[in-house]
Design a protein around this ligand. Structure first.
Ligand SMILES: Cc1cc2nc3c(=O)[nH]c(=O)nc-3n(C[C@H](O)[C@H](O)[C@H](O)COP(=O)(O)O)c2cc1C
Length: 190
């Protein structure tokens, strides 16, 4: 009996994020997004605390928030080009905000719960790529400006966005990027 899953290994060996500018309409529908979120939620979670949740930004919400974000970037003293770039990120077909929602726990420190939320981001990107969609895990101004999340995504004070996962249909194939020299980054302790 072999437990090797060649298809999964091939997928992991070749998977690549699709930057937002390479994403196209149509977006996955709600049923498909729920399937992808269900796969993403199948993630290691110390203490089974589920210290994360999802806020899905659909077309109307993205169109509403892009000018708000642009104005906030300008108000923070950055120039028009930076504000346009920030707002243009909301041109993606749909964006899932993965929200770290830490749970009070004597056993599981907050940084571990944060890691679990991060793992959910990668799980969502990989589930979307495996399902044939384009996907990328980004942050940027809408994440760094935590008040934006509280005022426009309904986040509470102890929550923060750990990733904006952009999803859409695939356009052109993204070029491969240099990959780490893992042998050079690995220490063997005997
Ligand atoms: C926490 C986090 C935040 C990121 N934020 C951005 C970002 O704002 N803009 C960006 O171009 N890439 C960002 N990246 C990098 C992309 O997710 C991704 O690594 C890159 O596009 C290459 O993807 P691939 O190795 O999955 O092919 C971020 C990655 C992580 C883990």
């Amino acid at each position: 009996m072999t437990y090797r899953n060649e298809a999964a290994l091939d997928f992991l060996a070749t998977r690549r994020s699709h930057p937002p500018k390479m994403l196209r309409e149509p977006a996955p529908d709600r049923a498909e997004i729920l399937r992808l979120l269900t796969l993403a939620a199948r993630t290691p979670d110390h203490g089974k605390l589920e210290p994360w949740r999802f806020v899905v930004l659909e077309r109307a919400a993205l169109d509403r928030m892009a000018p708000i974000l642009r104005d906030r970037v300008l108000a923070s003293g950055q120039d028009g080009a930076a504000a346009d770039k920030a707002a243009s990120a909301f041109a993606s077909p749909v964006i899932v905000a993965v929200v770290s929602a830490p749970v009070a726990s004597d056993k599981v420190p907050q940084w571990e719960q944060f890691l679990s939320a991060g793992a959910v981001c990668l799980g969502l990107v990989n589930a979307a790529l495996a399902a044939g969609w384009g996907a990328a895990w980004l942050t940027g101004p809408a994440v760094l400006d935590q008040a934006f999340g509280r005022e426009h995504l309904g986040l509470s004070d102890n929550e923060r966005i750990v990733g904006l996962v952009h999803l859409g249909s695939r356009g052109e194939t993204p070029p491969e990027r240099p990959r780490p020299d893992v042998a050079a980054k690995t220490t063997w302790l005997e």
